[in-house]
Design a protein around this ligand. Structure first.
Ligand code: SAH
Length: 277
């Protein structure tokens, strides 16, 4: 490749070749698991171009700080156990803001399509005739676990991974889950929104044939300076949950890759204090 056609760092970071966030459109943007350095360039460009950002509780202040002066920040999510903003209201708000001619960013933790209701919002935008774009993000179930040194795949341990939500619309363990199927489907199970019902979920997996000695890790506040990692097994989750410092958000993983985390665990001490990125 001739040198002059190569992008240098400045060329990428001034975003000049990137799509522009047009007036009257909505971008559904994944903000990654928390550390601002895990935003994609396109996400960072979107935030910097927005007139309005409608964000979830999982999007932290370090990321919201990147919003331009004058940009309206609207919180639409769950906080402190309060009921979440109704999904229909959030969609109506996005549509109304776009119709006012604003550049709207709907900013979500992780990836918008990983248990993030991104698809529901796209369907509503599409039905309303509002142009939109999806900006994928690093999901907690991959990037968050990487900060605990846990790879979701490893050649000698697993050829598949299963992503599971521990909540259904009513906030209870999803009744529609085929637990026998889940227990057998993949050596590694990554669980989102599963902290509250983890004891129940572990019981169901064990009843469905999963070994109670399956290694399990709970990673709370993944990628953030107060990240905590607790390791145990499917059979010891109730004891693990009593340990100090396990608070939502937490991503949970069961399977042989958890053991690798003991050796690969790189995000600690010196690295943690070396900037919040
Ligand atoms: N779209 C998001 C997931 C939304 S569901 C994504 O792709 O990551 C919310 C769940 O994500 C939380 O209950 C938790 O299980 C997980 N999660 C998100 N951010 C996290 C973080 N920083 N640390 C641990 N878990 C996190």
């Amino acid at each position: 490749m001739p040198t002059d056609s190569r992008k240098n760092h400045a060329g990428l970071s001034d975003f000049s070749d990137f799509p522009s966030l047009e007036k009257g459109t909505v971008w559904l943007v994944g903000a990654g698991p928390g550390a601002p350095g895990l935003l994609t360039l396109l996400a960072s460009h979107a935030i910097g171009s927005a007139d309005v950002i409608i964000h979830d509780a999982l999007v932290g202040p370090d990321i919201l700080e990147l919003a331009p002066d004058g940009c309206a920040l609207i919180f639409a999510g769950k906080r402190g156990g309060m009921p979440s903003a109704e999904q229909d209201d959030i969609c109506d708000l996005m549509i109304a803001e776009a119709r006012k001619g604003h550049r709207v960013v709907r900013l979500k933790g992780g990836d918008p399509f990983m248990f993030g209701r991104g698809a529901e919002e796209c369907l509503k935008l599409s039905a309303a005739g509002i142009p939109f774009r999806v900006v994928p993000g690093i999901s907690a179930g991959i990037g968050g676990l990487a900060y605990a040194g846990i790879p979701v795949t490893h050649r000698t341990t697993n050829h598949s991974v299963l992503f599971l939500t521990g909540h259904d619309r009513q906030g209870v363990v999803p009744s529609a889950v085929d637990w026998n199927g889940v227990a057998r489907a993949a050596p590694v199970i990554v669980m989102y929104m599963a902290l509250k019902h983890l004891g129940d979920i572990a019981d169901r997996l064990i009843a469905a044939g999963r070994s109670s000695s399956d290694p399990l890790a709970i990673v709370s506040n993944a990628t953030l300076p107060d990240q905590k990692v607790r390791r145990g097994t499917l059979g010891t989750v109730r004891t693990m949950l009593r340990a100090q410092g396990i608070a939502p958000p937490a991503i949970i993983v069961a399977g042989p890759v958890v053991e690798l985390g003991e050796r690969i665990h790189w995000y600690r001490d010196r690295l943690r204090s070396n900037g919040n990125g």
